[in-house]
Design a binder for this molecule. Structure first.
Ligand code: SAH
Length: 376
């Protein structure tokens, strides 16, 4: 959110300024607007930061080390909001999916995936998506806009509320240990807001999830990949899905702008990638299209020299989808070839399928709830 957006907020009725999701500089601006003098600004900002992001309070009155006078002033002008929880679904495998409604009525989804060694929260970066990947359900959703940084952070705050994970636990005890920006939208088409949100999520005095435990998933916006590598230092997942430009042009139309060669060059120069910090290539398995042994071998040749891991994602069907998922042995054979070439190639188990929480399915709930784009 820009400073202009904050001013806009502060001209609202008392209580309208939402502190949740603000970055440190935004919080300082907000406090200045509330009359906090320069000399105590840094101390006040840190105090509030701790309550917002370490303790996760939603009640200004709970901030016991903030003076009564300050709390009263805050209460008159600000609140600590959350996205509105519309539905919460739990899968038999422990996956949980939350459908959230934002201030303007737009809806996004977040998914929590518990695994043995970690718990991953998958968050959205846009309402809908402009990329129109042919196999992805989100791409068929008509309403599209960027999420604000606060709305991106809000997904983490709400997930922590839902899992009862406040105050921020030590790393070993965390339910949410990792965050992947792999939900609805293309994060690198919303670079500034995503970058701001990540800064809030990484901050060690708050939510405190380190950059090494955060992954941005992109369909391959090459210039923004370079920028992310320089500025964010998070892990990268790249949605490759095809080994020829012909097929990738069709599956991921963004390929016409940034073809495979350019995309892989960006991966090769992504800073800090090493065997300990590998790039994940996502590869959706589509029956008869990209699942042959020859495709697998071509894939290993393409990525040769890149410290990489290949995530094989069995295609998750959705109503009316033009593709099918290959049979399991076909996926396994593909994985073996990639594996023998020296790349880890886990097959991503279809988690949360019973609640349509799997990759590329994040759309259905809002659609079922009957949302239509509003006339401008
Ligand atoms: N725009 C980003 C992040 C969102 S998509 C990106 O493209 O990476 C997250 C992942 O789910 C991508 O790899 C995407 O290609 C994959 N995906 C989308 N629809 C899918 C489906 N129906 N089945 C399996 N994977 C899918």
């Amino acid at each position: 959110m820009s400073d202009a957006a904050i001013e806009h907020h502060s001209s609202h009725l008392p209580g309208e300024l939402d502190l949740a999701g603000l970055t440190r500089p935004e919080l300082a601006v907000a406090l200045t607007g509330l009359g906090v003098p320069e000399r105590s600004l840094s101390m006040r900002t840190s105090q509030l930061w701790h309550w917002l992001y370490h303790r996760g309070v939603t009640d200004l009155e709970a901030m016991s080390n903030v003076s009564k006078e300050m709390r009263t002033r805050l209460a008159g002008a600000a609140r600590i909001g959350r996205p509105r929880l519309v539905t919460s679904q739990a899968s038999a495998d422990g996956t949980q999916k939350w459908l959230l409604e934002l201030a303007d009525g737009a809806r996004v989804e977040s998914v929590y995936i518990p695994q043995e060694s970690r718990g991953t929260l998958c968050i959205s970066s846009q309402v809908g998506c402009t990329l129109n990947c042919r196999f992805c359900h989100t791409g068929t959703q008509p309403l599209v806009r960027n999420l604000t940084a606060a709305e991106i952070v809000g997904q983490v705050l709400l997930a922590r509320d839902q899992l009862g994970e406040w105050p921020t636990p030590t790393l070993e005890r965390r339910l949410i240990s990792n965050v992947v920006v792999m939900g609805m939208g293309e994060p690198l088409y919303n670079y500034d807001n995503v970058a701001q949100a990540l800064a809030v999520i990484m901050d060690g005095d708050g939510i405190s999830i380190s950059r090494r435990r955060m992954t941005l998933s992109t369909a391959g916006v090459v210039p923004a990949m370079d920028r992310a590598g320089r500025e964010l230092g998070v892990l990268l997942a790249v949605s490759l899905h095809a080994v020829s430009d012909d097929l990738r042009d069709e599956l991921v139309p963004l390929n016409r702008k940034y073809p495979i060669k350019d995309l892989l060059a960006a991966c090769r120069r992504y800073p800090g990638s090493s065997n300990a910090r590998r790039i994940t290539f996502e590869y959706v398995m589509l029956k008869g299209l990209n699942d042959s042994p020859a495709d697998a071998r071509a894939l290993t040749r393409l990525i040769a020299g890149i410290p990489a891991k290949i995530n094989l994602i069995p295609f998750n069907p959705w109503p009316g989808a033009p593709y099918e998922c290959p049979d399991w042995p076909v996926i396994e054979r593909f994985g073996e070839i990639v594996n023998r070439a020296g790349y880890a190639s886990p097959i991503r188990l279809p988690r949360g399928r019973d609640i349509m929480a799997a990759c590329g399915q994040l759309k259905s709930a809002s659609q079922r709830a009957g949302r239509r784009p509003r006339p401008a």
